[in-house]
Design a protein around this ligand. Structure first.
Ligand code: SAM
Length: 472
């Protein structure tokens, strides 16, 4: 960080900081570069397989104590750009700041006795670091609603879900303050990773304080209060809410939590996070929230609070849902013929008739129990597309191959890099094979090719071709 922190911020924060921490340490920490960290995506590869693979490429891993899939990484080759690696494009890892891994960990109590949830709402989801982390903790099962208000950020959310192989998600595109009315008492767990002033991100983003002002904090706090009330209402009785921000000030954090407690007296209880992981006590507040100051764990700043809903709410304005649902379930006959086709190329063991829906000339895989929600609210995307139906042919989509494909030929790292660049591959065709071939890398299907003599012709969809991928 080269820009000095605004004096008004320092004055406000100095008055709010716990007595055992010093403002000088905060300023010094904010001036230090952040440690590079990643989260291994266990939907694509195990932690140990990823460590073995990348250690051989000069990566050195240090485990993040609060997230089993999280690591600080030092890379021997200074030219490596992690976001350009084939493993990144194939969704084996997500570049994610260590403290930002905490909200999903708190939601699941993932280090101690991991909880399981059938239906989860992520109310402010883009670009999807935590949605993809939650999907991995759910093992792609159950139903995960990812909501994002900003049209421009929905695209990034969708592409990250696709890249990481997430298929249990419905995406909604609303101001999150409406979910509590449309879907009251619905979810086992809700994450609200709220829009915020972003004060805690200054080590990564030198412009983090560009638009900082007390007036902006006042405005954003109003939004956060509307969202936390909605998030809470959307929870089932007994359900779990995690509220998080990357802000450091009291108003956006403890203040918003207090608003929740005041709005629903006797209906909500805070959960103490002091034992969430070893040394969590160093960041815990009197209320049991985690207030991660950047100097405590040498990370970005973050705030995480956890609540339980004790009894059902009955606060919904019962809005009417008018939109016509454009999908229909498959008939028995259509289901049988679709499965017959899918089973030739995919592991279809987790695809059941309740999961398959059609719209126009497409067949989609919907997460389990989607129908419970699709008649209550509009979603802009449901699960993943499996098939395009053409007049003479049904074409299995690339996304279906990447999620369920059983591959026939394993590519080397340099071959998969060429494949992602859209190039044909020169591969000795020992058995004189012909026609389509499913290609794999590190145990996962990566897409389709076609044998032509000693060559595999590239059948990666043009929209996914990436000229910049590099295997350092
Ligand atoms: N959870 C995300 C992740 O881990 O990748 C980061 C979320 S970011 C802190 C907050 C998000 O909330 C932004 O994408 C922003 O566009 C969105 N947002 C802003 N106002 C919103 C609202 N009223 N309802 C829902 N989302 C909103």
């Amino acid at each position: 960080m080269n820009t000095p922190l605004p004096q008004q911020f320092l004055d406000t924060i100095a008055a709010q900081m716990p007595a055992h921490l010093s403002i000088t340490d905060l300023i010094n920490a904010c001036n230090e570069p952040l440690r590079f960290s990643i989260r291994v995506n266990t939907l694509k590869i195990t932690e140990s397989a990823f460590i073995d693979l990348m250690t051989s490429k000069g990566w050195r891993f240090e485990p993040i104590p609060w997230c089993e899939q999280g690591f600080w990484v030092n890379i021997d080759n200074p030219e490596t750009i992690p976001g350009k690696l084939p493993e990144h494009l194939l969704g084996m890892f997500y570049i994610q700041e260590a403290s930002s891994m905490l909200p999903p960990v708190a939601l699941f109590n993932a280090i101690n006795s991991k909880e399981t949830f059938n239906q989860i709402l992520d109310l402010a989801a883009a670009p999807g670091s935590k949605t993809t982390q939650i999907a991995a903790l759910m093992d792609n099962k159950g139903l995960l609603v990812a909501n994002e208000y900003s049209s421009s950020r929905i695209k990034a959310l969708h592409s990250n879900l696709a890249r990481l192989g997430v298929n249990n998600t419905l995406i909604s595109h609303f101001d999150g303050s409406v979910h509590g009315d449309y879907l009251e008492n619905q979810f086992d767990a809700v994450l609200l990773d709220a829009p915020c002033s972003g004060e805690g991100t200054v080590r990564k983003d030198p412009d983090a304080f560009k638009n900082w002002s007390l007036e902006h904090i006042e405005e954003i706090t109003k939004v956060q209060k509307g969202l936390i009330v909605s998030a809470f209402k959307a929870l089932k009785p007994g359900g779990t809410l995690v509220y998080s921000t990357c802000a450091l000030n009291f108003d956006e954090n403890q203040g918003v939590c207090q608003h929740l407690l005041d709005t629903f007296p006797g209906q909500v209880a805070a959960v103490d996070l002091k034992d969430l992981f070893i040394n969590a006590g160093e960041a815990v507040t009197a209320e049991g929230y985690l207030h991660i100051w950047p100097q405590i764990y040498n990370s970005e700043g973050f705030f995480i609070a956890k609540f339980t809903k004790l009894v059902a709410t009955s606060d919904s304005t019962n809005p009417t849902f008018r939109s016509k649902f454009p999908f229909t379930p498959l008939s028995k006959k259509e289901f049988a013929s679709t499965m017959a086709l899918l089973q030739t190329k995919l592991d279809a063991s987790s695809i059941h008739s309740e999961n398959l829906f059609k719209k126009d000339q497409e067949v989609w895989y919907f997460p389990d129990n989607s129908e419970q929600l699709t008649n209550q609210m509009r979603f802009v995307r449901h699960g993943i597309k499996l098939l395009d139906i053409k007049p003479k042919q049904q074409i299995i989509t690339h996304e279906a191959y990447c999620n369920f494909g059983i591959y026939q030929h394993e590519l080397s790292r340099s071959e998969v890099t060429e494949y992602l660049k859209g190039r044909d591959l020169a591969i000795e065709n020992e058995h004189q094979l012909k026609g389509e071939v499913l290609l794999g890398y590190q145990g996962r299907c990566v897409g389709l090719g076609k044998w032509v003599n000693n060559k595999v012709k590239n059948k990666l969809p043009r929209s996914l071709v990436n000229d910049h991928v590099e295997c350092y």
